[in-house]
Design a protein around this ligand. Structure first.
Ligand code: 6CS
Length: 316
């Protein structure tokens, strides 16, 4: 049998490396009886189109990033909120991999005929523009591309920017044609999509991790033979820690590539500067609750508690 796995990122990306690791494991444990066909970004469609295809079962596995998915599953919009998760990547990694967190989201995904298979952190969001973005005031009058959901746009409205929601594939040309002034993505994506070629400054404010989720069609998953279900679950467990290493490695090495190939300026915000953004971002949590309702609010609170607890246990 063939399992089709659709990605929101191109070859060489974090999602692609993840998919290759999963493919190797499944094909080997099944003695080649299962073949995973990987569809990198561009071969099928935008993130939202991939979600549609997963919901209808045309693809079996897909990545679905909350920044896009939140108009379909409002609760996942929580991952677009700034300064909500920890400043510690290790704390975030553990929370995102926890069964406790998965439990909170199982139902919202299932209601959309999607089986949530895992959350994948892909690195800190980095802002690019043609100027440094050191205070919320620097965003005023700036048109910034956001992922497609309403809540993803709210984060930048709070800083005074004009959000311009668009699919990933449109970002490069929108920057080139000056239809937008800036965008946000992890370093590895800024490199592989070439955004650094059409922007002159990268601002490191660590507002949030880029988090994606791996999903499958739920009807398909539920009907899998027990051994295949177990192979998939075991492979997912094995790939999660590897994917974390991969994103760390890619985000570091691609920054070097960007520096070698351009004269882009990098600006790292101080804690005081970050605090200003944190304060400006707080009202967006109310907007999230307005959109995601009571269940969303409960998730937000529980996530906050998980972060506080984990930070208390982790030595700084
Ligand atoms: O900005 C986006 O739309 C995309 N960014 C990444 C790093 N992955 C997929 C997502 O669609």
């Amino acid at each position: 049998v063939t399992w089709r796995f659709a990605l929101e990122e191109i070859e060489g990306s974090v999602q692609h490396r993840y998919a290759l690791e999963l493919k190797n494991r499944i094909e080997s444990i099944s003695d080649g009886n299962i073949v995973i066909d990987i569809f990198p970004y561009g071969s099928i469609g935008t993130s939202l189109q991939l979600t549609d295809l997963a919901q209808e079962g045309s693809v079996h596995l897909a990545f679905a990033s909350p920044g896009h998915l939140a108009d379909v599953i409002p609760e996942v919009g929580v991952f677009t909120l700034h300064y909500l998760l920890s400043d510690s990547e290790a704390v975030n990694r553990d929370i995102l991999a926890s069964e406790e967190l998965m439990q909170l989201f199982r139902e919202p995904y299932a209601e959309q005929n999607l089986k949530l298979l895992g959350f994948v952190p892909e690195g800190w969001m980095v802002w690019t523009a043609n100027k440094p973005l050191k205070t919320p005031a620097d965003f005023e009058g700036l048109t910034i591309r956001t992922m497609a959901s309403d809540i993803a746009a709210e984060a930048y409205k709070a800083y005074g920017a004009t959000p311009s929601p668009a699919p990933f594939s449109q970002v490069y040309s929108d920057l080139q044609l000056r239809r937008i002034d800036g965008q946000a993505n992890p370093v590895f994506a800024i490199e592989e999509m070439g955004f650094y070629e059409v922007q002159n400054t990268m601002t490191f404010a660590k507002p949030a991790q880029f988090v994606s989720s791996v999903v499958s069609n739920k009807t398909w998953f539920d009907a899998l033979p027990e051994d295949q279900k177990r192979w998939l679950e075991d492979a997912l467990d094995e790939v999660a820690p590897l994917a974390y290493e991969v994103q760390a490695e890619l985000n570091a090495s691609r920054l070097e590539v960007i520096r070698e190939n351009s004269s882009i300026r990098t600006v790292e915000l101080t804690e005081e500067e970050r605090d200003r953004f944190r304060n400006a971002s707080l009202p967006v949590r109310q907007a999230y609750i307005g959109i995601a309702g009571e269940r969303g609010e409960a998730i937000l609170e529980q996530l906050r508690e998980m972060v506080d607890e984990a930070e208390a246990e982790t030595p700084a």
